[in-house]
Design a binder for this molecule. Sequence first.
Ligand code: TNX
Length: 538
Amino acid sequence: MIRSIVTRVLTVLFISAIFVACQGEQKKQIEFPPTDLALENLIPKPLKVIPTNKAFGLDRYTAIYTNQNDAAFAEIGQFLADKIKSKIDLDVPINEAGSVPVERVIYINQSDSLELNAPEAYELYITQDSVILNSNTAEGAFRGIQTIRQIIPVQSNDTLAEQRIWPIPTGKIIDNPTFGFRGAMLDVARHFFSVEDVKKYIDLLAYYKINVLHLHLTDDQGWRIEIKSWPKLTEIGGSTEVGGEAGGFYTQDDYKEIVAYAAKHHMTIIPEVDMPGHTNAASVAYPFLNGNGKTPKLYEGTRVGFSTFDTRKDTVYAFIDDVIREISAITPGPYFHIGGDESHVTKKNDYIYFVEKVEKIVQKHGKQMIGWDEIASANVDANSISQYWSSGDNAQKAVKRGMKLILSPAKRAYLDMQYDTLSKHGLHWAAYIPVDSAYIWTPEEYEGIPMENILGVEAPLWSETISNIGELEYLAFPRIIGYSELSWTSKENRDWENYKVRLANQAPYLDRMNVKYYASPLIDWKKSKYTYEEIKKD
Ligand code: TNX
């Protein structure tokens, strides 16, 4: 408590010093019309919002300052400055005396407050003079920046002063997520998506505070990650995709670029190599892997469950060791996903033997194993993680083993499920998932899984029916925005009628980002009154 008071006093002193240094003369107060921070269309909805009904005027006399002890905070300040520039075409200097006098500041402060003692917690104090973002961690500050981005209006109020001013409602926001794991998965194996596509998806996910991107890198139809010790995996296994198009793969440098881009957005990449089933592409490249003496053909269809590795051969495990070693070496996150789903042609005992052996390899390379829910039928460690997609029985087995679970129930959270019978893309084997049923469920109380076993929520996007970023966006948006709220916002703060309105108001952002979202008729979309070109005009 005392420490946090000291931090606050120091922050105020720091900001006063900036004013004195930069300003000299007394600034004039601008009279804004009343505002209401509680009516902002924030997604995910924060824990607490306390409006004070005045406004902070963002304008050319505003500067960003950050805590200088940690380079990550300066980077976050720069990130905010870049996003302000691209949203409203305003240059906001950071950590420097610019050429114009500074009248108002946005201060991103690394605090040591005990109240903020959670990895992504942040507080935002907005007064007429300053926006102060306090967080103990860079992650928390980064999440707070997304809140600031969301409350900066697109339109300036040009009647208040000579310069353009973007009024930001004053008040206080106290925020902290329910789940530390808020994920999306992209299947780049059935159809390949370029580094640029993945970066755009990261941009959009980060805006809604999603912090995990799981890449499904291999499947029957394609192997998408370069393994230097086994080059044919990508040369041959990466050469096609569903529908027979050209396929593709990430070089290790490409993958590192994705990882670095994700890190800049405080997002963890989880690589998945799906085994022992879903391995046709690998076995086409190296036929010894399947153990049946046959060289399979490249597969461009969408069936599942027909391929398997030979689980009783040492050379197969030597191969897997190389793959996991090479990928783990370029993956800073703590997880490695081994797939393990739908191994319909692997005998049960072989499957169990395989999962237990591969778990040891993953651990040897310093990672924590994740697998689809079937892995809980093996005797896996309590610190391995089960990703629940279809079987309640498997989920209970995982709970009994003391494992954590990632909730991705297909009938609720699969982004590749069609919205309804008219959907242009997607499947419906698990359900039709309209925008409301994607949102109206309670991960905290899902099928009797105790809350303490739930790591978080992840929304997978399988790509059998989508082959470009526009189609990806059609299935992912707007539903992924709801999953962000389901995993961040406390259940007491979630309400479909209220969410619906906030979602409707995401249209201008999605339009600005050129996202081809599905304009579900359940939502009364609020189109931007201005086109981006008009906004950018002086
Ligand atoms: C089931 S979910 C699969 C995927 C398919 C998906 C299509 C899971 C672990 N396996 O192989 O792409 O359904 O919805």
